[in-house]
Design a protein around this ligand. Sequence first.
Ligand code: CU
Length: 158
Amino acid sequence: MRPGVFIYHCATPMIPYHLAHGMYGLMVVEPPGGWPKVDKKFYVMEGDIYLRGYPAQSGVHEAAVDKMVKETPDFVVFNGSAGSLSKERALKAKVGETVRIFFGNAGPNAVSSFHVIGEIFAKVHPEGATEILSNVQSTLVPAGGATMVEFKTQVPGT
Ligand SMILES: [Cu+2]
């Protein structure tokens, strides 16, 4: 019923425990007729992870609820894993293309100072609102919130 970008997650106790295990997703609701056309659309979510044991050791880790409560994550990642958007998995656009990023922050704790290095967002829908801000460098995305940003690439970059 309402256009915008939203996150969803289960509400089984303990909720932060589920969020820190990646039980969340991003939902985009287009208005009648859709959002204005762009060349590239990306869907990205941020989340924080809390682990028992030595965090960098590979393998299965138990969740560290004490770290969750203290808000001291071992990792803050995009799309559920370290390095998910770098190297061969980098998000790519050609010079002159318009880009829209739907960005959600699952938390459960950390807020996100979302920005793209070397770019200024031509448009930001703060907190996913219908209203638009222009020419924004970084936008704050709360845990449990989302935003929609747009820019046009003008020069080659990483
Ligand atoms: Cu769950």
